[in-house]
Structure formats: C-alpha cells, structure tokens
Design a protein around this ligand. Structure first.
Ligand SMILES: Nc1ncnc2c1ncn2[C@@H]1O[C@H](COP(=O)(O)OP(=O)(O)OP(=O)(O)O)[C@@H](O)[C@H]1O
Ligand SMILES: [Mg+2]
Length: 468
C-alpha cells in the first residue's frame, strides 16, 4: 500500500528544488546516520531534474532521470532515506511495495495504479497550496456569510435567524450596520462560537465509499470514488451546527469556489510528470525469472508490467493522461536471496545507478540512538515527559545498548537498527508500564540498569530469539 509521507515540511528549509546536492545530503544527515553514498546518489538525481528544467525544451525531452537502485540488508536505512526525502521534497511522492503486486488477492493488480495514486497526491498538494493562497480572502467571505446568517439583511432570509434579542430596527440601516459591526467583533473574539446556525454546505461524505471499494476493485478497472463522485456532483446538505464549526465548513467551501480547479489539475499533472518520485520498495521480492506457477503471481510478469512505466508511458488517470518518462524511480531491496542480476535484463537497465548501503556498525548504533533529530531515545523521553517523567540515558548506557544490539544481530539475525527498537522496548517496559505511578520522577538509565534488564535475556539462547 502506498503511503503519503510528504507535505510536512515544518522546518524553514528552502524548497527541495532550490537545494544543492550538498544541502540535500546535509538535510538527510539530520535524520539518517551514515549511508553517505546513498544520500549522495539521491541528492544528485534530484538536482539533475532541476538542471534539466533549465535546458532548452528540445534537449530536456531527451534527458531521462537516472533511476536508482538501493541495495542493503534490512534495517539499514533504505526506507528511512526515502521517507526523509519525502518530507523534504516538495515533490509528489509515494512509496509502494513491489511485492504487493505478486500477492494473492492482488492478482493482476494493475501497476499503473501507482501513477494514478501519485497524481492524486499531486492534486492534493497543489490544491492545498492554492487553498493557502486564497485563505485570507476566503476567511473574509466566510465572516460576511456568517454575519448574514446571524443578521439577515432582509426579513425573508432563507436561513434561520439567530439575531441577538436586542431589537433591531430593520429600517434603520445605520443602526443595522452598528449591530453588524458589533456582531463582527463578537464573532472575531469567539464569543459566538457556541451559537447554533443553520448552513448549507457541500456534502463531502462520498469519499467514504472508498472503504467499500477497496483494492480488489482495481482489478475490474472500477473506481468507485469516480463513479459515485460523478453520480452526486456537488451535493449540498443542510447542517445545524455551532458557529465555530460552521466557519470550518464554510471556509472549505469558500476556498473551493475561489480556486481554479482546472488550473490546479493542469499544474498537478505537470508536477507529477516533471518532479514525481516513486519509491519501489522490496524490489528483490519480485526478482527472479519464471517461478513454479501455483497461486503465486508470476514475478517476471510483474517485472514486465513495470517496464513501460519505468521506461516512460502514458497512464490514464482521472485527471487526464500522465506521462511517466520523467518520474524518478528509486527502488530498494535487500537482495540477499536474489541478486539485481536476477531481474529481467530490461528492468536492470532501467536502474542504472546502484548504491549499496553499508551494514551498521557499533558506532552507528550509538549515533542512531542519540543523534537524529527524533532519535529513538528522544522519542521515549518525549513520551514519558507527558507524564512528568524525566528519562536520562548515561553515555555508558548508550554504549551498552549499542553493544548488545550488535551482539544480538550477530548471534541471531541481522535486522540492523530495527534491533534497537526491540531492545529499547524491552529495556523500558517497566518504566513505560508504570509511567506516572513512578515515585522517582527522574529516571536514570545507566549501564547497570541496561545489564540488569537485558543481560539475562541475551545470554538465554531461547529467550533472546523470541523477545529481542
Ligand atoms: N542509518 C540510519 N540512521 C538512522 N536511523 C536508522 C538508520 N537505519 C535504520 N534506522 C532506523 O531503523 C528503522 C528501520 O530502517 P528502514 O525502515 O530504513 O530499514 P530498511 O533499510 O528499509 O529495511 P527493509 O529492507 O527491512 O525495508 C527506521 O525506523 C530507523 O529509525
Ligand atoms: Mg524498507
């Protein structure tokens, strides 16, 4: 399932399109430890699209993106790099597990759906940006609308009137104006928030149909949202709600009427085509030539389906045709069992940039625990802080956890930094459980504490296979 991760550029970063490769790497460094080569590759690939946009159209058409294949075992940061890139990027971005296409139940799931989903995301992004631009005007209009409802201009207003009891002389326009201004002030101060009004607003409940449709429907080429969307275009509903809620509904309606949907669609399609990024995870799971048949969907078949999309084709979306030629594909996989050379040759050729991610070292584990902006330790600290607990990790505790992580990875299975999650969860189980019941509000985790909680588990062959 694709997940939308972008759109949360909270930091005051320049737009991705203005970043140099070095700046992109620096931005990624804040979250992902090591993996310099992989970071460099994605940074260059992104920068090249901006370079391309500066070329004469005739030449630009021929400059295709250099798709990237990230190879590395589990838990070393492949998805993390893509995830962070997505947050940075002002590009439409989706992450898709290639293996999904081979699952029973997804038989024949059409791979073009990823392009449609990317277009959906681009539309959303563009719409949000446009909404932002008209926000101030929309707010003003909503205010007038609400005032109209609270204080109808003519007695024959179609809305229920909730004018204040203070008698209003409808014939005296200056006193009416004064009342209106007074109401406006009250409205702005939030004094009218709880008052009930009746408004007419667009019915937005139809997208719920999505749940009914589900993914299986794609097989039949049926898009329920489209169907129903067209069946009931712009249906409006009457609602009797509080002023504060009415403002939210009306604002949305107002924004929608102020923006130019056609132009949004056009620029979203353009955005999808020229700066879209598709992250194809678990590509190794579809590597391999013809498999034994049975219920399993042919992996080679999926690879063949992917070819035209990666190469460049036109996909029909509900917003129009989207050409995939310049969409950047970043594929990733562990490639333990299969090798990139097990992919069909045509697909191999479409991922010319190969980067190998390194296995994480003891030092990396220490840094992953503490350095990234929202490192695991910082997450636990913040969680417990909500209950007034100060969690402190001493340096030797961090070293101890890192060493144990390495040890368990070596002796059982190497799951990279994911092991840190399981270890920390076990380590902090008691503190997490007790939370604010703890007498001591300042909890210090030192090497002794780590050993007391984890050593036993690590030494016990059986236990550690299950718990850690
Ligand atoms: N280099 C790293 N720097 C910071 N955190 C990391 C790094 N590598 C892994 N992690 C942490 O480990 C978790 C798993 O990493 P990630 O999802 O990137 O693994 P992956 O390489 O995609 O593995 P898989 O092949 O299983 O999908 C992430 O949530 C992240 O917090
Ligand atoms: Mg992953």
């Amino acid at each position: 399932m694709p997940i939308y991760l972008g759109g949360q550029t909270t930091e005051n970063m320049p737009k991705l399109d203005e970043l140099t490769p070095r700046q992109i790497v620096e931005a990624l460094d804040k979250y992902v430890v090591g993996q310099a080569k992989a970071k460099r590759s994605v940074a260059i690939a992104l920068r090249n699209r901006i370079r391309r946009q500066k070329l004469p159209a005739e030449l630009a058409r021929d400059v295709l993106p250099k798709n990237i294949l990230m190879i590395g075992s589990t838990g070393v940061g492949k998805t993390e790099i893509a995830r962070r890139l997505a947050r940075l990027a002002d590009s439409p971005f989706i992450k898709i597990e290639a293996s999904k296409f081979t699952e029973v139940g997804y038989v024949g799931r059409d791979v073009e759906s990823m392009v449609r989903e990317l277009a959906d995301i681009a539309i959303d992004m563009t719409k949000q940006a446009e909404f932002e631009k008209v926000l101030a005007r929309a707010r003003e209009n909503v205010e007038e609308k609400i005032l109209d409802i609270l204080l109808p201009t003519s007695a024959a207003g179609s809305y229920a009137s909730y004018a204040p009891e203070s008698s209003i002389d409808l014939t005296d326009s200056s006193s009416k104006n004064r009342t209106r201004e007074k109401l406006r002030e009250q409205l702005r101060n939030g004094e009218l928030d709880d008052r009930l009004v009746e408004i007419e607003t667009q019915d937005r409940s139809t997208p719920m149909i999505d749940f009914v449709g589900g993914q299986g429907m794609e097989e039949m080429g049926v898009n329920f949202r489209d169907m129903f969307g067209n069946l009931f275009p712009n249906k409006t509903v009457q609602r009797k709600i509080k002023v504060s809620e009415a403002q939210t509904y009306l604002l949305r309606d107002e924004q929608e009427s102020l923006v130019d949907m056609e132009q949004i669609t056009r620029s979203a399609i353009e955005k999808t085509e020229s700066s879209g990024i598709i992250f194809l995870d678990e590509l190794d799971k579809i590597a391999g030539r013809e498999s034994g048949g049975g219920p399993e969907v042919s992996r080679e078949g999926v690879q063949r389906d992917l070819l035209p999309i990666v190469e460049g084709t036109s996909v029909n979306t509900r917003y129009g045709m989207v050409n995939t030629e310049h969409i950047l594909f970043i594929a990733a996989g562990a490639f333990h069992v299969s090798k990139p050379s097990d992919l069909i040759p045509e697909l191999q050729g479409r991922f010319p940039i190969r980067v190998e991610l390194e296995s994480l070292t003891l030092d990396d584990f220490k840094r992953i625990l503490t350095q990234p902006k929202n490192s695991l330790i910082k997450q636990y600290q913040a969680l417990l802080k909500t209950e007034g607990i100060d969690l402190e990790f001493t340096d030797d505790a961090v070293s101890e956890i890192a060493e144990m992580t390495e040890e368990v990875n070596r002796s059982t299975e190497d799951i990279g930094a994911r092991r840190l999650h399981t270890l920390l969860e076990t380590l902090l189980e008691e503190i997490s459980f007790l939370g604010n019941e703890l007498e001591e509000k300042h909890q210090i985790i030192d090497a002794e504490y780590v050993k007391s909680k984890l050593s036993g588990l690590i030494q016990d062959q059986n236990l550690r296979q299950y718990v850690l």
